[in-house]
Ligand binder design. Sequence first.
Ligand code: PRP
Ligand code: URA
Length: 208
Amino acid sequence: MKNLIIVDNPFVKRDVTVLREAGTQPADFRSALSRVSYALAIEIGKTLDLLEYEVTTPLEKTKGYKLKKQIVLVPVLRAGLSMVSSFLEMIPDAKVGHIGLQRDEKTLEPIDYYYKTPNNLDESVTILLDPMLATGGSAVASFNYLKKRDAGNCILACLIAAPEGVNKMYSEHPEVPIYTAALDRQLSNIGYILPGLGDAGDRTFGTF
Ligand code: PRP
Ligand code: URA
């Protein structure tokens, strides 16, 4: 599938298994999610442009590099919060915006309750963080908002994607690359990803 990058390495496969396992408790769930987020950040980092500049070591001058563009991380509340610290470890000078969305349990439509993002998104690379791409409603609504704020260079980082969500992103925001740790089979009739991992927010924060 075009623009879908499945981050596939043994550490990620092991940790996705930990996340899927129904008996995994929130502390272990959060640390596995955080390790997978590192892997996603590293994979995304491969595509970022660099600026070359001269650096002076204690011995001589040599070529150095810095990221060309400001990176803006935008976690979707709540579950996306658990991906932020890993991305910040890799990109310490990233700015962090927030989008608050919750799916209506009946209609599965996202209900928005909070937006706060930095200025100058047009000059930045904006990475949306949300572990679950299910119907795709939340991701599409988030990119609709970010594009209204002039975000041009957008990336989605998720943990588990359903084909339905990937297809919705393709039809609404086809240019946005989707990085995921797994592409699952389908959605259930109540909008959960199968086989999935259940409710990512509840499992992260222990609200069950
Ligand atoms: C989850 C998840 C995504 C959304 C994905 O959030 O974190 O934001 O569902 O579903 P979609 O692709 O069908 O829109 P949820 O609404 O459960 O909120 P929470 O993170 O506060 O638990
Ligand atoms: N949101 C979740 O947290 N899990 C799913 O399976 C679908 C949406």
